[in-house]
Design a protein around this ligand. Sequence first.
Ligand SMILES: NC(=O)c1ccc[n+]([C@@H]2O[C@H](COP(=O)([O-])OP(=O)(O)OC[C@H]3O[C@@H](n4cnc5c(N)ncnc54)[C@H](O)[C@@H]3O)[C@@H](O)[C@H]2O)c1
Length: 332
Amino acid sequence: MTWLITGGAGYIGAHVARAMAGAGERVVVLDDLSTGVPGRLPADVPLVPGTLSDGALLERTFAEHAVTGVVHLAARKQVAESVAQPTRYYRENVGGLATLLDAVAAAGIGRFLFSSSAAVYGNPDVDLITEDTPCAPVNPYGETKLAGEWLVRAAGQAHGIATTCLRYFNVAGAAAPELADTGVFNIVPMVFDRLTRDEAPRIFGDDYPTPDGTCVRDYIHVADLAEAHLAAARRLSAPDASGDLTVNIGRGEGVSVRELVTLIGEVTGDRRPAVVEGRRPGDAPRAVASAALAARELGWTARRGVREMVESAWRGWRLHHGGEPAAPTQTR
Ligand SMILES: NC(=O)c1ccc[n+]([C@@H]2O[C@H](COP(=O)([O-])OP(=O)(O)OC[C@H]3O[C@@H](n4cnc5c(N)ncnc54)[C@H](O)[C@@H]3O)[C@@H](O)[C@H]2O)c1
């Protein structure tokens, strides 16, 4: 098979491209480089610069590279931006996907893997989120991921495409410093950013009904996530692959914000106490995946722990942001 990876120059996509190419899969990347970085890609992975919404480019790319499967990661992913610009999120994440699926169907491509998110669940009040937990996204970003899943399944049924939707939980870490996430949208880079500015980390709410009062999340190392894509792609490669699989990608273990901030203090050597601020609207007390279906269907289980995520992310942060941890202060 030859796999087209959309968004392959992004943080997660570059890890997926590297893992799949490293395992002997033929891959080609399409990316508009709006947030992607070409230098993240291995030299032997071709990059087609361009956007999802260019149907003619997709058609040419499928033909020129004899593409037989698609791993679709390209999307906009910032929750706050999606609240401010919902039409843009629907246009790019859902409209772009519709254009891509039209081109996939027209080219007779029969395998499709979609990058979904735990954001489809919203804030369910359950101990472990299974794939049967009702979906109720609480922001336009999550809505575009849920609508994307519906669209993928419907197009799969209409055109006989075998489809898989992977619902990632909280992604962190880097397989190599140069592949690290350069955005400051998730908790690990947000804490690094505060420390680098010589400011205390912030915790939003410590009065949740959780063991230490702070929110609990399920963190997944991006290298494990990339291996999950490889496992899912291999499952889709089977000659008799058909239907849809929708599966959580997490570790099945909760880590509280306070535990994570403490761990970041140990890894960076900057142990200044966090400041506690008010709750943020929309934050669920607990969001932890059941990882059972992924183990059963993909034969995949996460191998890397939270310390490895923080250590590898810190090496990446220092490469991209330079220098040493913030200087010691009296508050430490
Ligand atoms: N990072 C996370 O924690 C997380 C969690 C759940 C799901 N996801 C999903 O994973 C996917 C990848 O996320 P990421 O963190 O690597 O983000 P990213 O911004 O680093 O990567 C997205 C890539 O897609 C490209 N892109 C965006 N719109 C495009 C378009 N219209 N045409 C072509 N290329 C386009 C960007 O240039 C970039 O390289 C997204 O679908 C995101 O919603 C991410």
